[in-house]
Design a protein. Structure first.
Lengths: 224, 313
């Protein structure tokens, strides 16, 4: 599904931020991407999302060499990926419902065609009574759930989440993580960037990709 | 145990708002509406002015081209009135002539009064005598027989067909229209530049929105269409304000010129610009300019947005 081969990235003429990345994300797999702050977790997620081009090495995604993809092909690939940002990135002038429906809307689907799906998902993540609220009036946890719902609405084959539990209390963090586990069980490959060791310990079966000093070490999870 | 029914779907009216993805209430948007309104107003004034001059010049040309003048320089000792009568008689019998009017000596002297002043004794001056010949329409080129007949029957009479004056009128009217066209093109160029800056500004201001749209799978063409829609609304608003103002200006100017035309100064203005009434074609041109400017705003912003988006990952 996703494979990095000797991938390195530098900004300008500086030192490489990440180097010699070699790993693969298999279909229906579950992994944490971890490491200290500033180690390069977000950079790796952006590389996976094809919003950064590596300065060396090759990224293969869904059977394509990312270097050969044009903008339209990148768009098509992004429609198969769900992404949750650390800072939510909800559009403040759209309601929770409109934010969650956004990926379907940009695909050209009609509102009447996706309304039931979006409402069902919003109820599932506990935002059934906040559908018409604008993001500025949502709490941190509600924003986080809306951002997660937006990533899930297209039933992605690969889910990338950057510190999805970073802004919520431990109890809500566990509930949110259960959403990802549910998604994983339904067949989606999940990559969650976090430095919350306690959280990772609760999912011992998950693989851990540990990035530090720009390099990556992989620890396979326990058998479930 | 009875199973509770699934919660019903909220009505579409409660959920669907169709908010534009690019927020429209930005300061840059309002500034662009003002710029487009001013530029549209000036462009419509320029176009309207050019139409007025072009229509008026056609009127001058039609009037002048149907008149020719016979000028008689009275030879010393000869009877000028007899020469004038002979020339008028010849002109009256020439083909294509609709009407002949011979100016008397007093009338000819009055024509010179504005330049030489009143109270001058014209009796001592050899005042040329004039005969205005009004041609039937379409007989402008039938002057050679008249010229030949005058040379034979009225020595000292010369025929002036105003060819030089007409060519100067043509040149002047063409120059005014060309100048207006160049001015119009410069205004459109200035407006296009302003739209370019505004589009880039709007894109910089909505960078985060664009990034989110990209990440959720929006194609560049989809995002560019959002900008196109946004700028079409702004362009239409600005063009409507500018076009309506220009239409109002011409309507008021037409009313004012109708009032002024009764004064001597008004007659001169009316001679230059006609009745200052734009007419249906003129107002049609203003409407077309407004629609074209709104369309241009949308197309330009889409093109600029599309190019900018292509450079982003």
């Amino acid at each position: 599904m996703l494979r990095f081969e000797n991938v390195g990235l530098r900004y300008g003429v500086g030192a490489e931020v990440v180097r010699d990345l070699n790993f693969a994300v298999a279909p229906q797999s579950f992994q944490f991407l971890t490491g200290p702050s500033g180690a390069g977790k977000t950079t790796m997620l952006r590389l996976m999302l094809l919003s950064l081009r590596p300065t060396r090495g090759t990224i293969h995604i869904f059977g394509h060499d990312a270097a050969t993809l044009d903008k339209d092909a990148i768009t098509a690939i992004r429609r198969r990926i769900g992404v949750v940002f650390q800072d939510f990135r909800l559009l403040d002038h759209l309601t929770t419902y409109e934010n969650v429906a956004l990926p379907l809307k940009v695909m050209g689907r009609s509102e009447s065609g996706y309304r039931a799906e979006v409402v069902e998902l919003l109820r599932w993540v506990g935002l059934g009574d906040r559908m018409n609220a604008l993001p500025p009036v949502l709490s941190g946890g509600e924003k986080q759930r809306a951002a997660i719902a937006r990533a899930l609405i297209v039933r992605p084959e690969l889910l990338l989440a950057d510190e999805p539990t970073g802004n919520v209390d431990p109890s809500l963090a566990r509930r949110l993580l259960r959403l990802f586990v549910e998604l994983h069980k339904s067949g989606t490959a999940v990559v969650i960037a976090t430095h919350d060791l306690t959280l990772m310990d609760q999912f011992g079966y998950a693989r851990r990709l540990v990035v530090g000093d720009g390099q990556l070490k992989i620890f396979e999870g326990d058998s479930p | 145990m009875t199973e509770s029914p699934p919660p019903s779907l909220p009505p579409a009216s409660r959920l669907k708002r169709d908010m534009p993805l690019i927020p429209s209430d930005s300061i840059a948007g309002r500034a662009l509406v003002v710029v487009i309104a001013i530029m549209t107003f000036l462009a419509c004034l320029t176009a309207g002015g050019a139409i007025l001059v072009a229509e008026a010049s056609q009127g001058w040309r039609a009037d002048v081209s149907r008149d020719v003048t016979i000028q008689i320089k009275p030879p010393p000792g000869d009877d000028a009135d007899a020469l004038v009568a002979a020339a008028a008689d010849i002109a009256g019998r020439a083909p294509g002539v609709a009407d002949v009017r011979a100016y008397s000596k007093v009338e000819s002297e009055k024509l010179l009064a504005p330049w030489l002043g009143d109270g001058l004794d014209f009796g001592q001056l050899p005042i040329p005598r004039l005969i205005v010949v009004h041609m039937q329409s379409g007989h402008r080129e039938d002057l050679e027989p008249l010229r030949a007949a005058l040379a034979a029957g009225a020595p000292g009479a010369s025929l002036d067909d105003h060819r030089l004056w007409l060519s100067r009128l043509d040149t002047m009217a063409d120059a005014i229209v060309a100048f207006a066209a160049a001015l119009f093109a410069l205004m459109i160029l200035a407006m296009a530049t302003a739209i370019g800056f505004a589009t880039r500004g709007a894109m910089a201001g909505t960078r985060e929105i664009i990034e989110v749209l990209h990440f959720v799978g929006a194609a560049d063409s989809y995002i560019a269409r959002q900008f196109q829609g946004h700028f079409l609304r702004l362009g239409f608003k600005g063009a409507a304000i500018g076009g309506l103002s220009a239409g109002l200006f011409f309507a008021l100017a037409s009313l004012a010129s109708a009032g002024l035309s009764r004064s001597p100064g008004g007659e001169e203005i009316a001679a230059l610009f006609g009745a200052f009434a734009l007419g249906l074609a003129g107002y049609g041109a203003i409407t077309a300019i407004c629609l074209a400017i709104a369309g241009l705003t949308a197309l330009l912003s889409r093109e600029i947005a599309f190019r900018q988006l292509r450079s982003l990952l």
